[in-house]
Design a protein around this ligand. Structure first.
Ligand code: HSE
Length: 309
């Protein structure tokens, strides 16, 4: 029997205001752990555990981990199969890249088991293929940062080109996850199919300054540049008390507070040199407490990409 390989696959936040399907950021916490070992042939999932794992299919044709791993095996012409165990740390339907971490972790696991024959960009594409099958759209804004770490942006999908930037050291992040499930497929169905020139101009201005702020480490400008005139407004009705929670975070000192990915997670940025983020997490929790809803929070920062544990 071959040895087990354990992969750490981090949560990610995507869109970040104006960068719908383009921007993504790896988070230090939470994360999934994907374990695998070579078997003679085929892919089998023998264990799925962790929050929300009861909703995750063990059928390898329907599971993001195995679909992504199979794509790596196919591309490399591997002559073996993989047994997989999945430990979810990221609840599905959370908006912090749960399916992305599964897909990226599966692709990265197969990449390691096949002797790292693909480039990391190809590994990202294998993971994005799984996102396409399970989430209703080919988007790599979660799987790219999950594999590459830090901040990533997809310059183009055809041909595929991804650029990564190291985010500011001073960037603190609060993640708040209200107790509501928002499947990405449904969250994409409420989006408009056309945008006005006014909104396009607004997005290009904010997206450009967001990238400049990432490059220069300007967390204040980063906060001012998280603006979304199109996607969050269309989705806000899917997340109860979203606007109140964002307002509470801003009053508690956050530089910005916005819908993470397709929701329901709410992401707030703060400066680590100014505060520890607890007041922001508490302020959002209070909004949900007052509305008899549970809300889980993490106070974290950005992080590295998939790696062996
Ligand atoms: N960019 C994607 C979306 C991310 O917003 O639908 C899904 O988590």
């Amino acid at each position: 029997m071959s040895e087990w390989v354990k992969i750490h696959a981090p949560a990610t936040t995507s869109n970040l205001g104006a960068g719908f399907d383009i921007f993504g950021l790896a988070l230090d916490e939470p994360y999934d752990t994907i374990e695998g070992r070579k078997i003679e042939s085929g892919i089998v999932i023998t264990e799925v555990s962790g929050p929300g794992s009861e909703s995750i299919p063990k059928d390898p044709t329907k599971n993001s981990v195995s679909i992504a791993a199979a794509e790596v095996l196919r591309r490399t012409g591997a002559d073996f199969g993989i047994e997989i165990k999945i430990k979810k740390g990221i609840r599905p339907c959370s908006g912090i890249g749960s399916s992305g971490a599964s897909a990226a972790g599966g692709a990265y696991l197969a990449h390691v088991l096949t002797g790292e024959k693909l480039s990391l960009t190809e590994v990202v594409l294998c993971a994005a293929h799984a996102e396409d099958v399970t989430s209703g759209g080919f988007h790599a804004d979660n799987v790219a940062p999950c594999i590459l770490g830090g901040f990533t942006m997809i310059r183009s999908y055809e041909p595929f080109e991804v650029i990564s930037i190291k985010p500011p050291e001073d960037l603190g992040i609060v993640i708040a996850m209200p107790d509501v499930l928002v499947p990405t497929k449904e969250s994409r169905m409420v989006l408009p199919q056309t945008v006005s020139v006014k909104d396009l101009v607004f997005h290009v201005g904010n997206a450009s300054c967001f990238v400049h702020a990432m490059e220069t480490g300007d967390v204040d400008l980063l906060g001012r540049s998280v603006k979304d005139a199109v996607f969050e407004p269309a989705r806000s009705r899917l997340v109860p008390h979203l606007k109140d929670a964002e307002k509470a975070a801003l009053s508690a000192g956050a530089k910005t507070s916005f819908l993470g990915g397709s929701g329901p997670c709410i992401i707030s940025f703060f400066k680590k040199s100014e505060m520890d983020g607890k007041t922001i997490a508490d302020a959002i929790k209070k909004v949900y407490d007052e509305n008899d809803m549970l809300c889980t929070t993490w106070i974290t920062t950005w992080g590295a990409g998939c790696r062996r544990e």
